[in-house]
Design a protein around this ligand. Structure first.
Ligand SMILES: Nc1ncnc2c1ncn2[C@@H]1O[C@H](COP(=O)(O)OP(=O)(O)OP(=O)(O)O)[C@@H](O)[C@H]1O
Ligand SMILES: [Mg+2]
Length: 327
């Protein structure tokens, strides 16, 4: 199938960071030749899951154009958006692909009323003219996320509940009428009891508003509940990808099996602006030749420590694992 039919087609996307510190290697392949597609004729929810430090955020930020890839390409609606130079095109892409952040309290300025911020965003993006038009646009958008204008009008972020504020941040993302939302851990800071209602909102946006979602999470339960397809990432590499019923109900890659048994917690304290310190274990896995999981895999074979596994297609999914390679 041609890339032109896809909403997003990512090919060989790679991000290599230079890292300092004591470990002998000074390069870290945070995203390693990622290949996947999202959406075609129909919108879909595509989940990216994997333990902390597997490269999910780096991948998301690269797609959003916030990090420049080392190599590889990003094709959106048939256009190469890997390195947009043209100002108009950049604006178009920024409207088309919108982020939803982890912490809704960081999305909004604590000193600014939430509705003022939304009005300004509408005007900044030129979505409506000043006046009644803007109000109608805002009402419609809030309505699509299950909020009314009265609920947020005149309020500061800290006067809204975490759930309300995360809905508002989804509303903010919808202002430009995007076709793709990139939601990086959108519910990890929301009260557990409200998580389901927020992920349900993403599902509703897909079904009723034709918005595709790249959903990044540690939480395989919500992933299972809302995703169409899922990709499991390990040390920068997508090791298993396919329909969510297959990958999560009957995982084949030994890492996916492990992940299903021990759901890791997100680590909101990771800050990359400061000096990056990897645990020795993490650094060793990143630097490992062959399969990154070989050191933890119950079915490890000789070849796993020598050769990078190539994609194999097994039972409707793509797996990077020597075990499944045709003999
Ligand atoms: N700016 C940077 N410079 C150097 N290394 C970085 C930088 N940003 C991320 N990394 C490294 O890249 C790897 C992937 O990080 P990333 O934040 O993408 O993982 P993640 O899957 O989003 O983790 P989490 O689940 O904790 O959010 C990490 O090992 C991290 O140390
Ligand atoms: Mg992350």
């Amino acid at each position: 199938m041609s890339n032109n039919n896809k909403l997003l087609a990512v090919e060989n996307l790679t991000k290599i960071f230079a890292i300092g510190g004591g470990f002998s290697r000074d390069k870290l392949v945070a995203v390693n030749r990622a290949c996947f597609e999202i959406g075609s004729a129909n919108s879909e929810i595509f989940t990216l899951a994997g333990e902390s430090g597997s490269g999910k955020t780096t991948l998301a930020r690269t797609i959003l154009g916030l990090i420049e890839p080392t190599y590889g390409s990003i094709i959106y609606k048939g256009k190469d958006v890997t390195k947009i130079k043209d100002k108009k095109e950049r604006m178009w892409f920024r409207k088309e692909v919108q982020p939803v952040f982890q912490n809704p309290f960081e999305t909004f300025n604590p000193l600014k009323k939430v509705d003022t911020y939304l009005y300004e965003t509408i005007l900044n993006y030129d979505v409506a003219n000043k006046g009644r038009d803007t109000e109608q646009v805002l009402k419609n958008i809030l309505n699509s996320v299950g909020l009314s204008l009265q609920e947020i009008e005149g309020r500061y972020p800290n006067e809204l509940s975490g759930g309300q504020l995360q809905r508002t941040s989804v509303a903010r993302a919808l202002i430009t009428n995007p076709s793709l939302l990139i939601a990086d851990e959108p519910v990890s800071m929301v009260d557990a009891s409200l998580r389901m209602s927020i992920v349900n909102l993403l599902k509703k946006l897909k079904e009723e508003y034709d918005v595709s979602v790249m959903y990044i999470t540690h939480d395989l339960d919500t992933a299972y509940y809302i995703s169409d397809r899922i990709a499991i990432m390990l040390r920068g590499i997508i090791v298993e990808m396919g329909p969510v019923e297959k990958v999560l109900v009957d995982p084949l890659h030994f890492y996916t099996k492990l992940l299903k048994e021990s759901v890791p917690e997100p680590d909101p304290d990771r800050k990359w602006k400061e000096e990056i310190k990897l645990s020795t274990f993490e650094a060793e896995e990143f630097a490992r030749v062959g399969c990154k999981f070989a050191g933890r895999c119950p079915s490890v074979m000789d070849v796993c420590g020598k050769q990078d596994p190539e994609d194999v297609l097994v039972d409707g999914r793509v797996i990077k694992c020597h075990f499944y390679k045709k003999k």
